[in-house]
Design a protein around this ligand. Structure first.
Ligand SMILES: [Mn+2]
Length: 319
């Protein structure tokens, strides 16, 4: 990377705060080790929807992310928080270019030329934090707040199953005087427009708890979205509540993203010791122990839901 003339930094499709944070801080790192290099930040999808996230303001220099590949050919491509490299949507013309991957997801699919992967890390920004320490990169205030944004987002404000000792240690190093955490907590306090409550009541009416498998699920087709006058964000907010259903072994939300194309997110129930990554893998997806998902197209959502219930019954008969 020190001798590269052009470096492309990539956030995969459906980017989240963690992946965009990584891409943005890595630009600062590249500018440090190789000030002459041409750099572009690329994501195949617009990151505009992320801009509504209250942690987004902590991601510095975020305006330079482009959705079209640069006209120059990179010597190096660096991908962050991808799980499967196919999500980076790199063109065939890039075959033969060295790809460096930073991740905290279990690897699946094509391997990068160099993979810096730590599945135990709570966020990809934690992996980068360790890497920056190793490389002797001086972490500025902007870099610290961006690394922290990724950690804060992926741990659900230090509130989900991925939280461990290391996430706290990294947070303490990034924010020794509590300045960042106070600002992030204040910025990300939940605020709900009153009219959303009615939309949520329509969504919650559609939640089903299957007594046999103890899968609690919510299926939202394109027509439902229209009928209920809800957006994906409303559905995901409802999903965060469904995850707390105490009878549930697994919580699932199935959303029709475009006609016939569904995405499914899975979380373990609050009392359950299940690895949802294992379940997602069975359906061709993946993720983490505590948060995973898969996609399917062309099939019938109810059929897939019943397959999911059956799989959970078989796998967790005794839990
Ligand atoms: Mn992540």
């Amino acid at each position: 990377m020190r001798t590269s003339r052009a470096i492309l930094l990539v956030s995969p499709e459906s980017p989240d705060i963690d992946s965009v944070s990584c891409m943005v801080v890595f630009e600062a790192f590249v500018k440090w080790i190789n000030p002459q290099a041409k750099i572009a930040l690329y994501c195949c999808q617009s990151i505009n929807s992320l801009a509504r996230n209250s942690l987004f303001e902590f991601i510095k220099g975020n305006t330079e992310v482009v959705t079209t590949l640069p006209d120059w050919h990179p010597d190096n491509v660096v991908v962050f928080d991808y799980g499967n490299l196919a999500r980076a949507k790199l063109p065939d013309a890039y075959k033969g270019i060295s790809i460096i991957g930073f991740d905290h997801h279990p690897m699946s699919g094509q391997e990068p030329s160099i993979g810096i992967i730590d599945e135990a890390a709570a966020s990809c920004t934690v992996v980068l934090y360790d890497f920056f320490k190793f490389a002797g990169f001086d972490i500025s205030e902007d870099v610290a707040s961006t690394l922290m944004a990724g950690l804060f987002a992926d741990t659900g404000r230090f509130n989900n199953l991925s939280v461990d000792r290391r996430s706290f240690e990294v947070a303490v190093h990034l924010d020794p005087d509590d300045k960042l955490i106070k600002r992030m907590l204040a910025a990300s306090r939940r605020r709900i427009p009153f009219r959303r409550l009615q939309a949520w009541s329509r969504i919650l009416d559609a939640v089903v708890l299957d007594r046999k498998s103890r899968v609690v699920s919510l299926t939202v087709g394109l027509a439902d979205k229209k009928d209920w006058n809800v957006n994906k964000r409303d559905v995901m907010t409802a999903f965060s509540n469904i995850q707390s259903v105490q009878e549930a072994v697994v919580a699932a939300v199935m959303i029709e993203e475009r006609a016939g194309h569904w995405s499914v997110s899975l979380r373990p129930g609050p009392m359950a010791q299940v690895d949802v990554n294992e379940i997602a893998k069975n359906f061709g997806g993946g993720g983490h122990k505590g948060a995973a998902g898969f996609k399917f197209g062309g099939g019938d959502a109810w059929r897939t839901l019943s397959d999911l219930r059956e799989f959970v019954v078989d796998k967790y008969k005794n839990s």
